[in-house]
Write a protein that binds this ligand. Structure first.
Ligand SMILES: Nc1ncnc2c1ncn2[C@@H]1O[C@H](COP(=O)(O)OP(=O)(O)OP(=O)(O)O)[C@@H](O)[C@H]1O
Ligand SMILES: [Mg+2]
Length: 318
């Protein structure tokens, strides 16, 4: 029996035991109460923002996309840069609790939700806690189960990833409905973006990655970089990401980060903010073309299969 089937049966069993149909309980403000026992019939659409190389602008892009999404929908930012996350800085909040407390068993995931502004909440990654950078399968399960319940109460989930191709980063990306690869035009960032793409497609062959070129001097530079990546991907992977946007190099980025604010809020008329608004519209179109699969449920599946694969290798080599 696969994991999904088992969970469905467990839920059905629980409902029959209590001789009731599953109901949704609503908390203050009419939102679903995430601590209640609910059927996973409504799920947020999720997008994971990734790169290979660090510092390409993932957090900056996530902060603005989240802020724009929250103008229309209940939105949750999940800081997946576990242990060194800074998504909270760009929303100007100081989370009281983070995934560190979840992993230590002190809090459940819904207890670490930090409100940022109307319609926008955050799950903080914790800072300076090395354990978070290499979670066990069990710990990732705990996080995935918490997200599975919580995501019933949101429309959009944005995951700000850690740089690189660590097991947990790739698991988050493979679990999301969409993956947005953020690269800068330089060769090292492009090479690492390709590396991420390769690992992602190996893990989830049906993934439909999207590409945004950030910090471009002009459209020509962005176009040159994107076409090289698309060409190499097609040649060696038989697939290519969809290039959906270009963001200019703009000092407004620095100024808004200093003010701990998404650039679309702090300098909404800047070239960068206007390009991010265009990007958000395209991302929305892509998201609403995609059936939500449930980030938590998919994460459980990817964590379980990766854990099982590791166990097989360990057995085979011992
Ligand atoms: N379009 C841009 N123009 C100018 N500066 C930018 C632009 N995008 C990002 N930056 C700057 O690049 C730096 C890194 O951005 P950010 O923290 O978003 O990257 P990241 O990919 O999240 O990094 P990490 O991999 O460390 O998480 C920030 O100081 C930001 O101001
Ligand atoms: Mg970041």
């Amino acid at each position: 029996m696969n994991w999904d089937k088992a969970r469905r049966l467990m839920r059905l069993g629980r409902c029959e035991d209590q001789s009731r149909r599953p109901t949704r309980s609503f908390g203050p403000g009419g939102h679903l109460d995430p601590s209640s026992d609910v059927l996973a019939d409504v799920r947020a659409r999720s997008i994971c923002v990734v790169s290979g190389k660090g510092g390409t602008g993932k957090s900056l892009v996530t902060a603005s996309l989240a802020s724009l999404a929250a103008r229309r929908r209940r939105t949750l930012v999940v800081d997946g840069d576990l242990g060194v996350g800074n998504a909270h800085i760009l929303q100007n909040v100081s989370p009281e609790h983070s995934f560190a407390e979840v992993v230590d068993g002190v809090c459940q995931v819904h207890e670490i939700v930090t409100p940022c502004r109307e319609n926008l909440d955050l799950l903080g990654a914790g800072s300076g806690y090395a354990k978070l950078a290499g979670l066990s399968t069990y710990e990732l399960h705990m996080i995935a189960c918490g997200i599975e319940k919580l995501e019933l109460t949101y429309d959009t989930l944005l995951l700000d990833s850690a740089a690189g191709i660590s097991e947990q980063t790739v698991s988050f990306a493979a679990a999301a409905d969409l993956v947005l690869i953020v690269t800068t035009p330089d060769v090292t960032a492009m090479t690492d973006a390709y590396a991420f793409l390769k690992v992602l497609i190996q893990r989830r062959p049906t993934a439909q990655p999207l590409l945004v070129v950030n910090r471009a001097a002009d459209l020509e530079e962005a176009s040159g970089a994107a076409s090289r990546l698309l060409e190499v991907s097609q040649k060696f992977l038989g697939r290519e990401p969809r290039w959906i946007g270009t963001l200019p190099e703009d000092r407004a980025a620095f100024r808004s980060v200093q003010r701990r604010s998404p650039v679309v809020e702090y300098e909404p008329e800047s070239d960068l903010a206007l390009a991010l608004i265009d990007l958000a519209a395209t991302v929305d179109e892509e998201l609403y073309r995609t059936a939500p699969r449930g980030l938590g449920r998919m994460l459980l599946r990817h964590v379980t299969s990766a854990g099982a694969a590791r166990l097989q290798v360990k057995r085979a080599t011992s």
